[in-house]
Design a protein around this ligand. Structure first.
Ligand code: NAI
Ligand code: MG
Length: 353
């Protein structure tokens, strides 16, 4: 019996609604599999916790989390109680940074039963590997003078280590998928960092003779996400380019409520964290209509991370069938509740064995 120890942080708003449903799905997955077991430990760290304790998590929060194999997080943020930057930096961003989660991955695919805004969505199925620790999002730079003389300098940081790390991850992932990696560059306009990015990409690809590659400038690449997303398999991108591409990826799927994400620690020193793309959705909280698919798909990514890819893809197939059969929440045109969607996925999981 393989046992996985998972720290669960439902957080705020609909996080507290979609996380329990997803845990039920994971329990069912374990039951159906028979050879794995999840040990969930839940932590109430959230904006409510802040109101009571004056902080988003206890001082030794990270020390507690460090011992888990992964973190399963809902959403953070309740602007009525705590200012957003305090809430997010006090928990979510703190974990991402301190636990050196240097890669962010977000898949996007044509989803049966969902209305993509694309007229002809074809069968796209792609995944963006975003460098998550450096690049354009750095604190290096500064501002000087006031008024008309004011000046701001923002430096982008690209280390060989960080760049290679993201690219190796992309190639390894492509080997398990359709064997193709696209590099998001802009070496025609950005003078230093992007030619460097290209050089590293060309070096790394030599190690993967069996993987096909392409390299596009980010502007054209962003357009291709809209006009022909089906040409992509794995895309590797810097922090800023990846941020933008993943939003387009979510948009062409048709709803923010279904998009999943993973923050991966690659040096093995800390756990990775799995969280949906959406936030705490204060406008629909308490109504029982939050779409649980983003959170459940996030659970699927955690299964992949644990090496249970076969189970993961079975789960995703079932999610898609349930959606296609119309058992879906109002945000994607259905009338089902959060729990009804979760229960139907559990029922079909059991049926599939
Ligand atoms: P949001 O993603 O919470 O909501 C945007 C819109 O999408 C809302 O109309 C909401 O009802 C809808 N929506 C989101 N998830 C849904 C789901 N699963 N099912 C059905 N509808 C869904 O983004 P918003 O409103 O900008 O932020 C709300 C709070 O969440 C803020 O405090 C924000 O800081 C926080 N936030 C947290 C994130 C995180 O924890 N990773 C990410 C984004 C926002
Ligand atoms: Mg973004």
């Amino acid at each position: 019996m393989k046992k996985f120890e998972v720290a669960v942080i439902p957080g705020d708003g609909i996080g507290k609604e979609v996380v329990p449903v997803s845990l039920k799905v994971l329990e069912t997955v374990a039951e159906v599999h028979g050879g794995i077991k999840f040990d969930f430990q839940s932590f109430p760290w959230s904006s409510d916790y802040y109101v009571e304790h004056g902080k988003m998590m206890p001082d030794d929060g990270l020390k507690i989390l460090k011992n888990f194999e992964s973190i399963f997080l809902g959403a953070i943020g309740n602007p009525a109680l705590v200012q957003d930057h305090i809430a997010l930096w006090g928990l979510l961003i703190k974990i991402r940074r301190e636990f050196e989660q240097s890669i962010n991955i977000r898949p996007a695919k044509y989803f049966k039963g969902l209305k993509s805004p694309l007229v002809n969505p074809k069968d796209f199925d792609l995944i963006v590997v975003r460098e998550n620790s450096e690049g354009e999002y750095s604190e290096v730079g500064g501002r000087i003078h006031k008024g008309d003389d004011e000046l701001a300098i923002q430096n982008a940081i690209f280390t060989k280590k960080g760049t290679e790390r993201a690219m190796h991850y992309a190639f390894e992932l492509a080997k398990k998928r359709r064997g193709h990696v696209t590099s998001a560059t802009k070496s025609n306009g950005i003078f230093h960092s992007m030619p460097f990015w290209d050089e590293v990409f060309n070096e790394v690809k030599e190690e993967y003779q069996d993987v096909q590659t392409a390299s596009y400038h980010i502007d054209a690449l962003a357009a291709f996400f809209v006009t022909r997303p089906q040409i992509f398999d794995v895309i590797v991108a810097s922090n800023l380019f990846g941020d933008i591409l993943t939003d387009i990826g979510g948009a062409i799927m048709g709803s923010i409520g279904i998009a999943p994400a993973a923050n991966i620690n690659l040096n093995g020193k800390y756990p990775s964290m799995f969280e949906p793309v959406h936030g705490s959705a204060p406008d629909i909280v308490g109504k029982g209509i939050a779409n649980p698919i983003g959170q459940i798909w996030t659970a699927k990514m955690m299964l992949d991370h644990f090496g249970e890819e076969e189970l993961g893809s079975k789960l995703l197939d079932i999610i898609e069938d349930v959606t296609n059969d119309g058992i879906k929440t109002p945000d994607i045109g259905g009338t089902s509740s959060t729990e009804e969607v979760g229960d139907e996925i559990c029922r079909r999981l059991k049926q599939a064995v």
